[in-house]
Each structure stands twice: as structure tokens, then as C-alpha cells.
Design a protein around this ligand. Structure first.
Ligand code: 5GP
Ligand code: ZN
Length: 113
């Protein structure tokens, strides 16, 4: 979608460090990591948020499966990792293209604050 930051990253107009990709999904390092590993997994197709993405369960499952693959490739599959979807203002969501945060490689704090 024109003007969408993550569509620009997927399209290669904005540089990113790719971790995993396939025909439906693109995964890249977060520019402002909140943990030693912080990767964003996005569907190539533009959906505003995870609620919109859930209308396409196959694509939503592809994002989750890619997140597990990212955890394996980053060496955090066995030590543990966190999946996060931020939705709406109270969750501090800033980018309006659905994305899964994959966080790990250290002891993560409790969340909800
Ligand atoms: P949100 O707060 O919407 O759940 O997460 C958006 C994420 O996108 C943030 O963690 C932020 O650091 C990341 N981000 C914002 N702009 C860029 C960018 O240009 N490149 C990359 N790799 N990540 C970005
Ligand atoms: Zn987009």
C-alpha cells in the first residue's frame, strides 16, 4: 500500500536486514530492538492490524509459523521467546501494517506495564 512503511520495506524501497522470507511473509530486524533478538514478521499483503489479518486465517498462520522459524534460526527456540501483536493506542502500536514481534535471547521482564 502506498505510504505504508512496512510495504516499503517489503518492496525493498526502504532497507532492512532480512532474517527469513517466503512467498507470503517477510521477517526483518527491528530498528530499535527491545531485546537482544527483536525481529518483526509481516505478511507481504497489506493488512492494517492483526484483527484485519485474522480474516485470512491461512495468512495469519503463515505469520505465526514464520515466527517459529525465526526463533529457530535465531537460536532462541529452546531458551524461550515472546510473540507480541500490538493493537490500538493503549498498546502503543505505531505502524499500521500487521506485524508480529519476536523477542528473546535474554530473560524478558514481565509485561503489561
Ligand atoms: P508497533 O509499536 O507498531 O507494534 O511496532 C512497530 C515497530 O517497528 C517498532 O518496534 C519500531 O522500532 C519498528 N520500526 C519502525 N520503523 C522501522 C524501520 O524503518 N525499520 C525497521 N526495521 N523497524 C522499524
Ligand atoms: Zn503495508
Amino acid at each position: 500500500m502506498s505510504g505504508c512503511l512496512f510495504c516499503g520495506i517489503i518492496g525493498g524501497e526502504i532497507p532492512s536486514t532480512v532474517v527469513y522470507e517466503d512467498d507470503r511473509v517477510y521477517a526483518f530486524r527491528d530498528i530499535n530492538p527491545q531485546a537482544k533478538v527483536h525481529v518483526l514478521v509481516v505478511p507481504r499483503e497489506h493488512h492494517e492490524d492483526v484483527e484485519a489479518l485474522s480474516a485470512n486465517p491461512t495468512l495469519l498462520a503463515a505469520v505465526i509459523t514464520a515466527g517459529v522459524e525465526v526463533a529457530k534460526r535465531e537460536g532462541i527456540h529452546d531458551s524461550g521467546y515472546r510473540f507480541v501483536f500490538n493493537t490500538g493506542d493503549d498498546a502503543c502500536r505505531t505502524v499500521f501494517h500487521a506485524h508480529l514481534h519476536v523477542l528473546g535471547a535474554q530473560q524478558l521482564s514481565t509485561f503489561g506495564h
